[in-house]
Design a protein around this ligand. Structure first.
Ligand code: PMP
Length: 394
C-alpha cells in the first residue's frame, strides 16, 4: 500500500474521534452551537447583547478607553499582585464600592473569574453551599471547584434554603443566588434569603451580573434596593461586561473580605490583571451612570414595553425585573426558527436552548437597551407581531 492509499489519521479511530460522533448527536438534537461574527456597522437592532445602557459606544467611555491605552499600554502586563494594578483599577474599585454601598471592591478580569474567586475563597471541603437551581454556570462551576458539599434548592424557594441550612452538619455555609436571574429575568427574594441566612449563620452571596447598573435607585443594584448593602454577611459579585459596557468582574463587600480575597482568590492571584483599557471603560461608564441616574430606569421601562407587547400578542413571556425578557418557544428548533425569522427582519435576539435552559423551555431572550429609539421600538413591535402571527411559535 502506498503512502497515499493509507486511510488518513483523521478517518481512523484516534483518541479524539468521539468528537465527530458527539457533533452528530448535537446536530440531530438541534443543539449545535455556532460562533456568529458581528458586523461592526450592522443595521440590525441589537436585542441579544448585554449592553443594557447602550454605553459601549458612548463618546466619554470610548475616549476614556483610548486614553487608558495611551497611558498604560494595551495589556496590564501581570497579576494584580505584581504589575497589573494601575490607578484606574484602584479608582474603579473605590467608585464601584461607593456606588454599591459597600466598604470595598476587588476587580477581576471577568465576572466568571470573580465568581470562581470569591466562592472558592469563602468555602472549601467541610463547608456547605446552598445553590439556586437556576444559578449561572459560573456559580455552579465555582461551587464544584470549592469542594464544599452542594445543596441545590428549587428556584427562589426560601423555605428550602432555610431547611438546607437548618439540617446541615457543616459549621460554615454560603447561600448563592443571582439577584436578577439571567434567563427568566426575575428577582431573587433577597430580604427573605438574608433573614434565613441570619437565622442559620450563613453568608449570602449575590451575583449582580444583571442587576448592577440596572436595578435599584440609580442602578445601585438589587442588593442595595433590598436594604442589604454593607451588611457584613452579604457578598456581592458583579460583571463589568453588561451595564458597565466593558469586560471584567468585581466582588464587593467589607474591607476584611476584600483583603481576604487578595490573599486567597486564586482566579485573581494567578490571572493577569484586567487590561487598563477595560478598567478605564468601566470607570467612565460608571461615571456616566452616576451623572445620569435615569439610564437604569429607562432600560427597565423599555424592557417592560417589550414584555407588554409580547403579552398582548399572545406570546408566552416572562416578566422582566431588569433588562431581560424571555419569549418561551418550547422545542429548540422552534426557538432557532424564531431567532432566524427575527434576524431576517432586522432584529437580533438571543436564542437559549438546553443545557442553558430546561428541556421544553427553549426561548428567545430579548434584552432591552436604554438607548433604543422610538423608531426602533416601532420596528420591534412590527417584527414581534409578524412572529406571533406565524404558526411555528409556541
Ligand atoms: N454571572 C452571570 C449571572 C452571568 O450572566 C454572567 C455572564 N453572562 C457571568 C456571571 C459571567 O460574567 P462575565 O461575562 O463577565 O465573565
Amino acid at each position: 500500500m502506498s503512502t497515499d492509499d493509507r486511510p488518513s489519521y483523521e478517518t481512523q479511530h484516534h483518541p479524539l474521534s468521539w468528537l465527530a460522533l458527539r457533533a452528530d448527536q448535537r446536530r440531530a438534537a438541534g443543539l449545535r452551537r455556532t460562533l456568529v461574527p458581528r458586523a461592526a456597522d450592522s443595521a440590525l437592532i441589537d436585542l441579544a447583547g448585554n449592553d443594557y445602557l447602550g454605553l459601549t459606544r458612548h463618546p466619554e467611555v470610548v475616549a476614556a478607553t483610548i486614553e487608558a491605552v495611551r497611558r498604560w499600554g494595551t495589556g496590564s502586563t501581570g497579576s494584580r499582585l505584581v504589575t497589573g494594578t494601575t490607578e484606574l483599577h484602584a479608582e474603579l474599585e473605590a467608585e464601584l464600592a461607593a456606588h454599591a454601598g459597600t466598604e470595598a471592591a476587588l476587580v477581576f478580569s471577568s465576572g466568571y473569574l470573580a465568581n470562581l474567586g470569591v466562592i472558592t475563597a469563602l468555602a472549601g471541603r467541610g463547608d456547605l453551599i446552598v445553590s439556586d437551581s437556576l444559578n449561572h454556570a459560573s456559580l455552579i462551576d465555582a461551587a464544584r471547584l470549592s469542594r464544599a458539599r452542594i445543596a441545590i434548592t428549587p428556584h427562589s424557594d426560601v423555605d428550602a434554603v432555610a431547611a438546607a441550612l437548618a439540617g446541615r452538619a457543616e459549621e460554615r455555609a454560603l447561600v448563592v443566588v443571582e439577584s436578577l436571574f439571567s434567563v427568566d429575568g426575575d428577582t431573587a427574594p433577597l430580604r427573605e434569603l438574608h433573614e434565613a441566612c441570619r437565622a442559620h449563620g450563613a453568608v449570602l452571596v449575590v451575583d449582580e451580573a444583571h442587576g448592577f447598573g440596572v436595578a435599584g435607585p440609580e442602578g445601585r443594584g438589587a442588593v442595595f434596593e433590598a436594604g442589604l448593602a454593607g451588611e457584613p454577611d452579604v457578598v456581592v459579585a458583579a460583571t463589568l461586561s453588561k451595564a458597565l459596557a466593558s469586560q471584567g468582574g468585581a466582588v464587593l463587600g467589607s474591607a476584611e473580605l476584600i483583603a481576604h480575597l487578595v490573599d486567597a482568590a486564586r482566579s485573581m492571584i494567578f490571572d493577569t490583571g484586567l487590561a487598563p483599557a477595560a478598567a478605564g471603560a468601566a470607570l467612565a461608564a460608571l461615571r456616566v451612570i452616576r451623572r445620569d441616574p435615569g439610564l437604569p430606569e429607562t432600560v427597565r421601562k423599555r424592557s417592560w414595553e417589550i414584555y407588554e407587547l409580547a403579552l398582548e400578542l399572545g406570546l408566552q413571556v416572562t416578566a422582566p425585573s431588569g433588562a431581560v425578557t424571555s419569549i418561551i418557544m418550547g422545542a429548540p428548533e422552534a426557538a432557532v426558527a424564531a431567532r432566524d425569522f427575527c434576524l431576517e427582519r432586522g432584529l437580533h435576539v438571543g436564542c437559549f436552548r438546553p443545557p442553558s435552559v430546561p428541556d421544553g423551555k427553549s426561548r428567545l431572550r430579548v434584552t432591552a437597551r436604554a438607548d433604543l429609539s422610538d423608531f426602533e421600538a416601532e420596528q420591534i413591535r412590527s417584527v414581534l407581531s409578524d412572529l406571533a402571527a406565524i404558526p411555528t411559535q409556541v
